[in-house]
Design a protein around this ligand. Structure first.
Ligand SMILES: [Ca+2]
Length: 290
């Protein structure tokens, strides 16, 4: 989990009175906790409400494990995800929805109103989309579904909790497994990143979820250290050029160490460079967004 906290304090000095007044941000010591998981389909799956109760309880208790419901268990306790973690459909298990959870202890919805906004950004095939601006005309939105939460069940609220989620819609309008398989095969090789941001009284918090192109994750499936290194490349790269350079450097090391063949090295470099085509982004799939 990445969380950025910018603490902003204004200290005013009143010389005449011989004292210093510290004008802190509202709410005294604001702290926002952010998590991410692959939730069941919110509109169709009967499992969603159980997922939500469990997620809220764990988030408020401090025991939340990121991506515990990922389609790939090696993503548990990371903010990495697979294409299957963010595609819903209207048959079988209805798919998964990438869902961010925010928990603000010690506050109520009433105390946060006017002071708390969320934003969501997607990088798809190197193309960055301001999701809420695209769908709602504003980058920062006040949540509508957040709620006061009594974590320990003692009858008094312990904080505010809510979710922000999205999913691409697989087999859209066709609703069969073959079409879904085709969609997953088409979308999987594209690199992708989600950044969920919170502005609480001027302090910015964020969590980033990252997806490597499937041609890399499939080749190194189960080798979490190698996959982890490639995720670091994706998370730290400022642009696609840096991402490819970082991946190729690691592939060279693996080749030298005898972990992969020269052919595999070439495959990885090719995969990384094709995971994004600056200037001509592939169409994003149809979206369900909250
Ligand atoms: Ca309570």
């Amino acid at each position: 989990m990445k969380r950025f906290l910018i603490i902003c304090m204004v200290v005013m000095s009143f010389g005449l009175m011989g004292m210093v007044i510290q004008d802190d941000v509202p709410g005294d010591d604001p702290i926002v906790f952010l998590y991410v998981d692959a939730a069941p389909n919110i509109t169709l799956s009967p499992d969603y409400s159980d997922w939500e109760s469990g997620a809220f309880f764990a988030a408020a208790a401090g025991s939340f494990r990121n991506m515990i419901n990922s389609s790939d268990p090696s993503n548990i306790d990371t903010t990495h995800f697979e294409i299957e973690d963010e595609v819903v459909y209207s048959f079988e298990d209805f798919g998964r929805r990438l869902t961010f959870i925010y928990w603000i202890p010690g506050h109520t919805v009433e105390s946060l109103e006017g002071n708390f906004k969320v934003a969501l950004f997607n990088t798809w095939d190197c193309d960055v989309l301001d999701f809420y601006d695209y769908y709602y005309g504003e980058t920062w939105l006040e949540p509508t579904e957040w709620k006061n939460y009594d974590q320990d069940g003692d009858g008094s609220f312990d904080g505010v909790i809510g979710t922000v989620g999205m999913a691409w819609w697989g087999a859209y309008g066709v609703d069969n497994q073959d079409a879904l398989d085709n969609d997953l095969a088409e979308w999987g090789p594209i690199s992708e990143r989600w950044e969920f941001k919170v502005d609480f009284a001027g302090d910015i918090y964020s969590i980033t979820a990252n997806r490597l192109p499937s041609c890399i994750t499939e080749l190194f499936h189960g080798q979490s250290n190698v996959v982890g290194y490639f995720h670091d490349c994706a998370e730290n790269a400022k642009n696609h050029g840096q991402f490819v350079k970082c991946i190729v450097k690691k592939a060279n090391e693996l080749k030298k160490a005898g972990v992969i063949s020269g052919k595999e090295k070439g495959f990885i470099a090719n995969c990384a460079s094709k995971s994004c085509r600056p200037g001509s982004p592939r169409m994003r799939p149809y979206t369900e967004v909250e």
